[in-house]
Design a protein around this ligand. Structure first.
Ligand SMILES: [Zn+2]
Length: 85
């Protein structure tokens, strides 16, 4: 084990984890750390509830659009691969 390892504290459950583990997000100029995906999801769910409904609507539309487009791209790529076979 390296002594110089940085440690972080999960903002949701307080668990300590080492650099390279967990999830780190930069949010509103602050760094927030989560030891696991489930803690990150818990935090993000609360975050969504605190958002202004209008902002949330816009953000949701943009996010849905982004992932729909990505999923479409992936589908098309898979289709092309299959056609090559
Ligand atoms: Zn946690």
């Amino acid at each position: 084990m390296k002594i110089m390892d940085k440690v972080y504290e999960c903002i949701v459950c307080g668990r300590i984890f080492h650099e390279g583990q967990g999830i780190r997000l930069s949010l509103a100029g602050k760094e927030v750390n989560f030891h696991s995906k489930s803690c990150a999801i818990k935090f993000l769910k609360s975050l969504i509830l605190y958002l202004d409904q209008k902002d949330l609507e816009n953000a949701a539309k943009l996010t849905i659009k982004e992932f729909e487009e990505k999923a479409k791209e992936i589908r098309e790529r898979t289709k092309k691969k299959l056609e090559k076979l």
